[in-house]
Structures are given as C-alpha cells and as structure tokens.
Design a protein around this ligand. Structure first.
Ligand SMILES: CCCCCCCCCCCCC[C@@H](O)CC(=O)SCCNC(=O)CCNC(=O)[C@H](O)C(C)(C)COP(=O)(O)OP(=O)(O)OC[C@H]1O[C@@H](n2cnc3c(N)ncnc32)[C@H](O)[C@@H]1OP(=O)(O)O
Length: 265
C-alpha cells in the first residue's frame, strides 16, 4: 500500500513546488516578466532540492544498512560484541558526520525542520562519536556503546528510507508507522546508551586530563573536560524532552492529521 494519492501526505518539497506552480498558474496570464522569472527560478530550485535530497537520503539509507549488515556479520562470526565498535567505527563516523548536512538543509530551507532541533540532535551524536567513543579507546567495548549504535542504526534506516519513499511518492504505510512510533522506545534507549557511555568515560577522562587545559598557561584559561562531560550529561535533562516532544508533535501531525503550529513557524 502506498500513500501518494493522499494530498496531506505530499512531501514538503512538492508542496512548495506546487505552491510555486500555483503562483505561476494564477500569474502566468497577467503577471510581469519578473514574476514569471522568479517563479521559474523557484520551480528549478525545488526540482534541484528534491533531486539532491533523494540522492542524499538513498546514500544515507545505504550507509546505515551497510553498518547494520556489518554488525550482524561481526556478531555471527565472533559471537561477542568485543571489537565490534572498532570493526564498524569508520562507517559510523563517516555516515554520522555526513548528517551535518541536515543542519544545512534546514538553514537553507529545503526541509521544513527547525535548525535548532536538528542542530541539537546532530551535534550531540557527532559529539558522542568523535569526542567520546572515538577518543577513549578503553570504553569502546562497553555494552552501552553497542546499545546506542544499534538504536541509531535501526532509527536511521527507518528515517532515511521514510524520507526517500516520501520524496518519490511511494511511501509504504509500515515505514511511516515505524518512523513515527519506534522513536517512543528508541529515543529513551538511545539516551540510556549515550549517558552510560559518557559515565563510563569519566574515570579515564579524569585520569588522563584529556582535552583539558590547566592553569598556568599562556592563554590564562582553564578548561576541564571531566566537568564539561558532567555538564553535557546534565544538559540531557532540559534538551532531550524538547526533541522527544517535537517527535510526538510530528507523530500527531503525520499519523493523526492534527494541525500543529510550531513556535518558530
Ligand atoms: C557539543 C556538546 C553537545 C551537547 C549535547 C547535549 C545533549 C542533548 C540531548 C540530545 C539527546 C539526543 C539523543 C539521541 O541522540 C538519541 C537517539 O537518537 S536514539 C534513536 C531515536 N531517535 C530518533 O528517532 C530521532 C531521530 N532524529 C530525527 O528524527 C531528527 O533528527 C529530528 C530533527 C529530531 C526530527 O526530525 P524532523 O523535524 O525533520 O521531523 P520529520 O522527520 O517529521 O521531518 C519534518 C519535515 O521535513 C522533511 N524532511 C526532513 N528531513 C528530510 C530529508 N533528509 N529529506 C527529505 N525530507 C526531509 C520531512 O519529510 C517532513 O516533511 P513534511 O513537513 O512535509 O511532512
């Protein structure tokens, strides 16, 4: 079953293109030359953006699928999670870092999502990958690392395939259902995995004084990564609910057709 026939399911880009086309239709006969040129530009921009997002989402779905397959193969061959992170580290770093482009998508307006919400989500993941798990080798075999990597992988395969099918107007209902229901369990699980991993990192950070700057130094500035990590852990308390409630609002809008007025719209 696909959903492309339903007008409310039309992806945002098509809606924008349609809006641009609508302006064209009414202004075509009596609009000025400048209006026609502006509308043509909008239409071209919409088509390019749709093409780019389709390529981007397919690449990201493939990347996270490769990660899933290599995790399953590793576990079936070795029968343990030890060494799994090292095995998948390069792919994980690559595709999670590519997600930075999503902040750009919001900033230039080709997807209708808040830059702040996307920024917090993407930056916290980049931080987990590069500044925690990749930098502290001693914690790479923790179960909590496997927990958040598995949760991210399942979530991202669903999310990027949702965007892809939505853009090509062939969205199977089960993908839409999964995108807007699984997060209810996956988000808290991911947060538990991330917080336990940062917690496991604390003793190593304290002992090694990594990424820290102690006084006296020529800049006369001090920075303690250990306390910074504690602040990061505490920042989940106000920030995580914002992301979770954002997703609950998206769920009500997409699955139940509720009209939601976002503060920043
Ligand atoms: C430097 C120190 C850092 C300190 C950090 C502090 C900690 C902060 C706490 C953070 C906790 C994060 C924990 C987290 O990492 C754990 C997990 O992720 S566990 C796994 C479960 N997670 C999830 O399910 C969330 C996954 N993430 C997201 O869904 C997004 O990143 C999010 C921004 C949260 C929400 O996405 P969005 O607002 O875009 O919602 P929609 O998917 O419904 O999309 C809205 C519309 O935009 C269109 N869209 C969006 N992206 C695309 C795209 N790539 N291609 C095409 N279209 C796109 C989408 O179709 C919607 O269109 P429409 O409005 O027409 O329906």
């Amino acid at each position: 079953m696909t959903e492309h026939e339903t007008p409310q399911e039309t992806p945002q880009l098509c809606t924008r293109e349609a809006r641009a086309c609508g302006v064209m239709a009414s202004g075509e006969e009596d609009g000025s030359v400048e209006e026609k040129q502006t509308n043509n530009k909008k239409r071209t921009k919409g088509t390019i953006a749709t093409a780019w997002l389709t390529v981007y989402n397919i690449a990201m779905t493939a990347g996270w699928l490769v990660l899933a397959v290599s995790m399953v193969r590793f576990y079936l061959q070795k029968g343990t999670h030890k060494g799994l992170y090292k095995h998948i580290a390069r792919t994980l770093k690559c595709f999670q870092t590519f997600a930075l482009l999503e902040i750009g998508h919001c900033a230039i307006g080709i997807v209708r999502t808040s830059v702040i919400v996307t920024g917090v989500q993407v930056c916290s993941r980049i931080f987990m990958v590069w500044f925690i798990t990749n930098s502290i080798r001693q914690i790479q075999n923790e179960e909590s690392v496997i927990l958040f990597v598995v949760v991210w992988t399942v979530t991202e395969i669903t999310r990027y395939s949702f965007y892809t099918f939505n853009l090509i107007h062939h969205l199977p209902y089960f993908i839409k259902w999964a995108r807007y229901n699984m997060f209810i369990v996956m988000y808290p699980l991911g947060v538990v995995g991330e917080l336990l991993t940062i917690h496991a990192a604390l003793p190593y950070v304290r002992r090694s004084a990594m990424f820290s700057l102690r006084l006296p130094n020529k800049y006369n500035v001090s920075f303690d990564y250990y306390y910074f990590l504690i602040i990061v852990m505490l920042s989940y308390i106000p920030l995580f609910p914002q992301l979770f409630f954002h997703m609950l609002r998206q769920r009500r809008r997409v699955l139940h057709g509720e009209v939601i007025v976002e503060k920043d719209e």
